[in-house]
Design a protein around this ligand. Structure first.
Ligand SMILES: Nc1ncnc2c1ncn2[C@@H]1O[C@H](COP(=O)(O)OP(=O)(O)OP(=O)(O)O)[C@@H](O)[C@H]1O
Length: 345
């Protein structure tokens, strides 16, 4: 069931077309990530959903209710939408209990019990109830902000780069914890981030924005393995692009005869993710071999640069484990796992 529908939403600030006819559906109970480079319109889209901005045209519907129809809109505080932002925006003069309890009606007889439930839900120790925000770590502050937003029992939770101020390890833990908490509470969420790895790992649906347009939306796997175009491919991760000629489901390219995911025929560009390519040391002078020109030992993930025989292409970069790592100068052949992607034309 669709919870949120955005239909042809556009927004212009002076000369800047911040959003250009964006349409997106969000399924109830799911996790969507909106990702895109700086200035692509992510925050504007989030603010339009939240009701802090109105679209110039287009509609926003939540659970069958029309929230915005062009500039006519339901005010933000009546939308039943929760927000957790990068700063957390806790009230500095209130302790944790006060912050979490903020959204719960003052006279409610189960208020204290509810505060404790929310604290447990975000996996914070009860000893923290009397602390002020400045006595908490960044991750703890974000948990309090999440508990406070959950206290209002929102229909939809918007997460505006909530992890970006945290260290890498903590970021990952918080991302998993937030996904767990929202799943347990059955709350649909939309995460805005410029970090593509975060988007891929958090979401069931990833929506890629570029220059105010929705380039592609779909499952993380489908976007990563079958991006619409070169730019999206490179935005979502490292990629090896090669010219090829396709005949009957296979591409002839510098790597040999490679299976592809498309019915196209003729001259195309194919894409492989570096982890689809395996480097095998092979001193026989087979066709489609190459020579290792550089090895970057990176611990768990190493990068091997291979210059392919008889091709005027820059060396291709392959991610590999540190086990059986070839050396510079070794003759190698490259084995492909899965299919190469052909960009739609
Ligand atoms: N209030 C405003 N007035 C004028 N221009 C604005 C305003 N808000 C946003 N913009 C412009 O609209 C475009 C989209 O901005 P937006 O903040 O939505 O992008 P973003 O993808 O969230 O970027 P970032 O990742 O840097 O936060 C940008 O070109 C921005 O400069």
């Amino acid at each position: 069931m669709t919870l949120l529908t955005i239909e042809g939403a556009s927004k212009r600030y002076g000369q800047v077309q911040a959003l250009d006819t964006i349409s997106l559906d969000v399924t109830a109970g799911s996790r969507t990530a909106v990702v895109g480079p700086s200035g692509s319109g992510k925050t504007t889209l989030l603010r339009i959903i939240a009701g802090f901005e109105q679209p110039d045209s287009g509609r926003v519907m939540l659970d069958g209710e029309l929230l915005a129809d062009g500039p006519a809109a339901v005010p933000a505080h009546r939308r039943g939408i929760g927000i957790v932002s990068q700063e957390g925006a806790l009230f500095p003069h209130l302790d944790v209990a006060g912050n979490i309890g903020f959204g719960i009606a003052r006279g409610a007889d189960n208020r204290d019990k509810r505060v404790l439930e929310l604290l447990d839900m975000v996996e914070l120790d009860r000893g923290m109830l009397t602390r002020r925000p400045h006595q908490l770590s960044g991750g703890q502050q974000q948990r309090v902000a999440l508990a406070r937003a959950l206290g209002r029992e929102p229909r939809l939770m918007l997460l505006d780069e909530p992890f970006s101020a945290l260290d890498t390890g903590l970021r990952e833990n918080m991302r998993k914890a937030v996904a767990r908490v929202l799943q347990a509470a059955g709350i649909t969420s939309i995460l805005v981030t410029h970090d593509q790895a975060e988007a891929l790992s958090y979401a069931d649906q990833v929506a890629v924005l570029r220059d105010g347009r929705l380039v592609q939306a779909g499952s993380p796997q489908s976007l990563y393995l079958a991006p619409r175009d070169r730019e999206t491919a490179l935005f979502l991760g490292d990629a090896v692009m090669l010219p090829a000629i396709i005949r009957n489901g296979h591409a002839d390219c510098a790597l040999g005869h490679v299976a592809v995911d498309s019915e196209h025929q003729g001259k195309v560009e194919i894409m492989l993710r570096p982890e689809q390519i395996r480097v095998v040391t092979d001193s026989s002078e087979q066709p489609y071999g190459g020579r290792v020109v550089e090895v970057d030992f990176g611990g768990a993930t190493c990068t091997v640069a291979v210059s392919l025989d008889g091709v005027a292409l820059p060396p291709i970069l392959i991610k590999t484990s540190s086990v059986a790592l070839p050396s510079r100068g070794d003759r190698v052949r490259l084995e492909i796992a899965g299919k190469a992607h052909v960009f739609a034309r």
